[in-house]
Design a protein. Structure first.
Length: 176
């Protein structure tokens, strides 16, 4: 899990929190806040996994003050092992850092965020695109959601372009 910052139209700063599963690169949770703190993060953990439900075996996060003692105790109470990365070592949580780069390149470098509600809506659309349409080399060119690949079109069939994220990206399929 990690945070990244997003500037708004009025030069405010929003913090986007996310949790990503390392096995299929699936986004387990994403949320936006203006004032992140350890109690807010602990609440997000509780909302992600219901009481009694098994959390991931390990939960990797950095040494940010937002991941304080409350977060560590919540992770342990939910049956997971908290692993902190070394100081100034983002490569130790490379999958999360890679996802932040993807969000920035695929979405945030192309839009101006208006407010918290707008960023939540954008992130909801992006996570859907990320799970269903965006392929990953680390997954053998599969999507985190496990989309079935379409075979090459036969002669005479048309290829249809399906816009995603307001036309920033497209998914292509063969007409029936």
């Amino acid at each position: 899990m990690d945070f990244f910052t997003v500037p708004t139209l009025t030069f405010g700063i929003l913090y986007c929190f996310f949790m990503i599963s390392h096995d299929r690169r699936r986004i387990l949770l994403h949320n936006v806040t203006r004032n992140p703190n350890a109690l807010w993060v602990a609440l997000q953990l509780h909302e992600t996994w219901e009481y009694g439900q098994q959390l991931e075996r390990f939960l990797i996060f950095d040494r940010d003050a937002k991941f304080g003692a409350d977060v560590v105790s919540t992770v342990k109470a939910m049956g997971s092992q908290a692993i902190r990365t070394a100081f100034r070592s983002p490569w130790q949580n490379g999958i999360a850092e890679r996802w932040i780069g993807s969000v920035r390149r695929d979405l945030l470098d192309h839009v101006i965020v208006l407010n918290e509600r707008h960023l939540r809506w954008l992130m909801k659309k992006y996570v859907r695109y990320y799970h269903e349409d965006r392929t990953h080399l680390g997954l053998g060119k599969d999507t985190p959601g496990g989309r079935v690949a379409v075979s090459a079109p036969l002669k005479g069939n048309n290829v249809i372009s399906l816009p995603r994220l307001g036309g920033l990206h497209h998914r292509y399929t063969v007409a029936a």
